[in-house]
Design a protein around this ligand. Structure first.
Ligand code: TYD
Length: 138
């Protein structure tokens, strides 16, 4: 399996005195076909979301308002992306452990996924995640 890396994706920004506009589309800005959209909001101070990996699901995460950090762990190294603008987000390929933390008040986190919701796609055990990463490297 080809293990991909997470990365920041900058979105188009249409400047306008009436207010700016940004967008993303299947396959153009986002490197997968979008199957599902969900969002996270009303996060109490100090809470952490995520804390798991996906076997197949790829995601693109964006802070539509407010700010938070996306911490990505590939089983060996950790990387932190600070999201605080609505014109860029982070692409998270499958088989990466990810958590969302350090939410500011009134944050709205938008997430698009490459698959429909499927609990069997979740890897919620870190030990199992490490095994799957090592298998995928072979
Ligand atoms: P979960 O993905 O574990 O939350 P997070 O990773 O953001 O902390 O999802 C929390 C609950 O919401 C879980 O019971 C499943 C449900 N859920 C859906 O029904 N559909 C979805 O698209 C998502 C993302 C979650």
């Amino acid at each position: 399996m080809n293990l991909k890396a997470s990365k920041i994706i900058s979105l188009p920004k249409i400047f306008d005195f009436r207010g700016n506009l940004s967008f993303f589309e299947n396959s153009n800005q986002i490197p997968f076909d979008i199957k599902r959209t969900y969002w996270i909001y009303d996060v109490p101070g100090g809470e952490i979301r995520g804390g798991h990996a996906f076997k197949e699901s790829q995601e693109f995460i964006i802070a539509l308002s407010g700010s938070f950090d996306v911490v990505i762990d590939n089983g060996e190294n950790e990387m932190k992306y600070s999201l605080n603008r609505s014109y860029f987000g982070v692409y998270v390929p499958n088989l990466l452990w990810r958590k969302l933390e350090n939410f500011s008040t009134n944050t709205l986190a938008l997430i698009v996924s490459s698959i429909s919701y499927d609990e069997t796609d979740y890897v919620r055990d870190y030990g199992e995640f490490k095994i799957l990463r090592n298998e995928a490297k072979k």
